[in-house]
Design a protein around this ligand. Structure first.
Ligand SMILES: Cc1cc2nc3c(=O)[nH]c(=O)nc-3n(C[C@H](O)[C@H](O)[C@H](O)COP(=O)(O)OP(=O)(O)OC[C@H]3O[C@@H](n4cnc5c(N)ncnc54)[C@H](O)[C@@H]3O)c2cc1C
Length: 444
């Protein structure tokens, strides 16, 4: 491969590869696009999926408030107009010596410069049964699967003969009292109260319960003000959620969840929203890892010569020494700085260090109730909900998605959630001790 700067006189432009078309990867690609248009670099985006997924609305997808396809955007539609090559494939390992990325099917993609924005993965902390018996909540497929499973539990409860069995089927445990855990509890209760209760008249509502298990002494991450954490806790308790603080899940089975004080909750549904770690490949990353197994970077997002990392994949401390949280705004800001520094090294633009700007947060409490902090100003209730809807619509990629999600959100004001169960039932986690008549494989 020719080695030259973008301002030099190359015979062939440098090959830049971005791994991961999430918030960080797309921001890096946007920043690099002018250099592509000028013919200074060749840019390739590699992602194992062929779409970008808007995680902040995954809870709404899992509860049927927003349609599955509406929160994703095809990566080719992003890449092709910008002159970026897109490869839908999974990175298996990086061969640093040869500067080659080894993908699934042994396909090799050479690179001169690399930005790693492969996001994070779920951490089960080695808890027995957690990986095999819980529902992770990170991807669109996780949301689709959980949506179908919840409906399955209601269908089975409708046909179960004993109250005890029904109670077990209708007990939903959420591990992790972060933003996602709080939001999913609130949305589940609203779904159950306002939609399921009407559609399953034979099922006594007194048998339905939602637990939220959190290892810390309060809900929500430290960045959320104490007053908002208290509002969220009070709101969930009022909705009837059983909040269990200072407790950890220690083992999970298909029909029970055990906590560290010995308490056993008979349940077929454990939703795992706790524990994130850096993205893992088949072979270990060839560079040092920092906190939570994420790639160590400096404040300029550099991993090693010719390699940068951004977003959840990177353990970033900004130029003022603050750890950058694993949130979309951290990914967007770091993706931009990584690309700027890559270009600066090629002679285009100035090198820079990340100065993380915390823009605030939104925590949905269901039924058009939200708590938020916007640029440090606390907002709650309906106003916060309107701002939440406006902000997320603004952030959706493309007009089509903005219209689709906008209409979905509008629909939640007028009609109940969609409970159609569209999923391959053979791939769903099912309780092993259900009535065999209901679970014969050939009838699934
Ligand atoms: C349910 C949920 C709700 C959230 N809500 C919010 C919120 O409300 N506000 C907020 O700020 N943040 C939220 N977050 C966090 C936020 O989504 C992440 O911090 C953000 O997505 C990180 O961006 P990223 O680009 O680093 O990674 P991602 O957006 O995860 O993108 C990583 C990309 O890399 C690809 N990839 C991974 N491994 C490979 C591989 N081996 N080969 C090829 N491609 C690969 C993936 O397919 C993906 O497209 C939420 C996260 C979740 C899971």
């Amino acid at each position: 491969m020719a080695e030259h700067g973008v301002t030099g006189s190359p015979t062939e432009p440098l090959s830049v590869v971005v791994i991961g078309g999430g918030f960080a990867g797309l921001e890096a690609c946007k920043e690099l696009t002018p250099a592509v248009r000028k013919g200074l670099i060749r840019l390739t985006l590699i992602d194992k999926e062929n779409f970008f997924q808007f995680n902040p609305l995954l809870v709404e997808v899992a509860t049927g408030a927003v349609e599955t396809r509406h929160i994703v955007y095809p990566l080719r539609s992003f890449c092709i107009p910008r002159g970026i090559r897109f490869v839908r494939n999974k990175l298996r390992m990086v061969d640093v010596e040869r500067r080659v990325l080894v993908l699934h099917n042994q396909l090799e993609v050479p690179y001169d410069r690399l930005i790693i924005a492969a996001g994070s993965s779920t951490n089960y902390f080695g808890i027995p049964g957690a990986e095999s018996c819980s529902f992770p909540f990170k991807t669109l497929m996780d949301a689709i699967r959980l949506r179908a499973h919840n409906v399955e539990m209601w269908e089975l409860a409708d046909q179960a003969e004993s109250s005890e069995k029904r109670r077990e089927l209708l007990t939903f445990v959420v591990a992790g009292g972060g933003i996602t855990g709080v939001e999913i509890c609130a949305e589940l209760v609203h779904l159950f109260r306002h939609t399921m209760s009407r559609l399953y008249p034979e099922v006594p509502q007194s048998l339905v319960s939602v637990y939220l298990v959190e290892a810390g002494a309060r809900l929500l991450p430290p960045a959320v003000r104490d007053a908002h954490a208290e509002i969220a806790e009070g709101h969930l308790r009022q909705l009837g959620v059983n909040i269990v603080l200072n407790r950890r899940v220690v083992s999970v089975d298909e029909d029970r969840v055990q906590l560290d004080d010995g308490q056993v909750i008979p349940a077929h549904t454990l939703i795992w929203t706790t524990g994130v770690r850096g993205q893992t490949l088949e072979a270990p990353w060839p560079w040092p890892l920092g906190r939570a197994g994420r790639l160590k970077v400096d404040a300029g997002l550099k991993v090693a010569e010719g390699v940068w990392a951004a977003g959840d994949a990177a353990d970033v401390t900004d130029r003022e020494g603050r750890a950058v949280p694993m949130v979309a705004q951290g990914a967007i800001q770091s993706g931009k700085v990584a690309a700027q520094n890559l270009l600066a090294e090629l002679g285009a633009g100035q090198a820079t260090q990340l100065l993380y700007r915390d823009l605030g947060y939104f925590v949905g409490l269901g039924k058009r109730s939200t708590i938020a902090s916007i640029l440090g100003v606390p907002v709650a209730g309906w106003l916060a909900w309107y701002l939440w809807a406006a902000a997320y619509l603004f952030k959706m990629v493309g007009l089509r998605k903005q219209i689709e999600v906008g209409l979905d959100i509008l629909k939640t004001l007028l009609v109940e959630h969609d409970t159609s169960q569209i999923h391959d039932r053979r791939r769903m986690l099912r309780p092993r001790d259900l009535d065999p008549v209901l679970t014969r494989p050939e009838e699934l």
